[in-house]
Ligand binder design. Structure first.
Ligand SMILES: C[S@@+](CC[C@H](N)C(=O)[O-])C[C@H]1O[C@@H](n2cnc3c(N)ncnc32)[C@H](O)[C@@H]1O
Length: 284
């Protein structure tokens, strides 16, 4: 089956069963694994031991959402979709006071999308994972829980705001995920190069911070030399702004990206599954 034939444009929120079936039947094993992750996400199916982990993470999310604590947030991001902050202004950062409950509701990946990350890690069994944008540690907890259940692999997650990084450390420790997850605090332009140098090969990356075209492409290019032959890249908010749409298009065109699946909110790329599969599959 040619992957071009999978490029269906159905107006659904996530991949449809037909689209997922096409991925599951694909001759390439990595495309099949992607299909399995999407199928598990769509069916909201977890084994009892997976469900126990997810319930614990969701209890932590509920506690964070209920928190009235005020923290000073150092923001090194792009601001809102319509903002036009210069690279230098973004790297200098801004500090604002935020209620933790609001931050949790506004920034943490909702359960359905966090489950996609979980299933990708379960299916692909990556050895080394990196995440840009920890916030309060919810997505890191989903990825870390999947690594714990896999019985192998580690995640380094990176966060610019020290107050968020401290709360995320409590999230990780409270869920018993310290063996799997470590947190690096500081702006990406200071921490990413050093972290990649220490990690060696990266098999999975979730890019969920700093929704700026130039920065997203820069982080992607910085990641490329570290990516294994067979790596999974997940980009969040690919439709967030015209700049993020262009950044996603740049990623899709790159020769190392063999398969790119556009889930509208999230984009998933696979490297190393063969040039002949270099197509973008759009799923809504
Ligand atoms: C959308 S939140 C991450 C949510 C998290 N992945 C989750 O789902 O639980 C994005 C985070 O990236 C951080 N961030 C944005 N730009 C950054 C930068 N240039 N350097 C470091 N952190 C940054 C923000 O402080 C924010 O906490």
């Amino acid at each position: 089956m040619n992957i071009a034939s999978l490029a269906l444009r159905l107006r659904k929120r996530i991949a449809t069963p037909i689209q997922i079936r096409a991925l599951l039947k694909h001759e390439n094993q990595d495309v099949q694994l992607l299909g399995r992750a999407l199928e598990a996400m769509r069916s909201r199916r977890f084994s009892p031991e997976e469900q126990a982990r997810i319930s614990a993470i969701e209890a932590r999310r509920a506690a964070l959402c209920a928190s009235q604590e005020i923290v000073q947030v150092e923001d090194f991001g792009a601001g809102g979709p319509a903002d036009t902050l210069t690279t230098s202004a973004q790297q200098t950062g801004r500090t604002v006071a935020e209620v933790v409950g609001d931050s949790c509701r506004n920034y943490s990946k909702p359960p359905q999308w966090a489950a996609l990350l979980f299933h990708l890690v379960r299916q692909f069994q990556p050895g080394t994972c990196i995440e840009l944008g920890t916030c309060l540690g919810i997505s890191a907890a989903y990825e870390g829980a999947a690594l714990a259940l896999n019985g192998r692999g580690r995640l380094v997650t990176m966060e610019g705001c020290k107050a968020f990084a401290a709360i995320a450390a409590e999230t990780v420790a409270g869920l018993g995920l310290s063996p799997q997850v470590s947190i690096v605090a500081g702006p990406f332009h200071h921490t990413l190069g050093r972290t990649l140098g220490e990690l060696g090969r990266v098999d999975y990356a979730f890019i969920d911070g700093h929704h700026d075209e130039e920065a997203t492409v820069r982080y992607f290019e910085q990641l490329l030399p570290s990516l294994g032959e067979r790596a999974v890249l997940v980009f969040d908010d690919i439709q967030w702004s015209p700049g993020m749409r262009r950044a996603w298009a740049t990623v899709c065109r790159h020769p190392r990206v063999a398969v790119a699946v556009d889930l509208r909110t999230v984009g998933v790329c696979l490297t190393g599954v063969g040039a002949k599969l270099r197509r973008t599959v759009v799923m809504e």
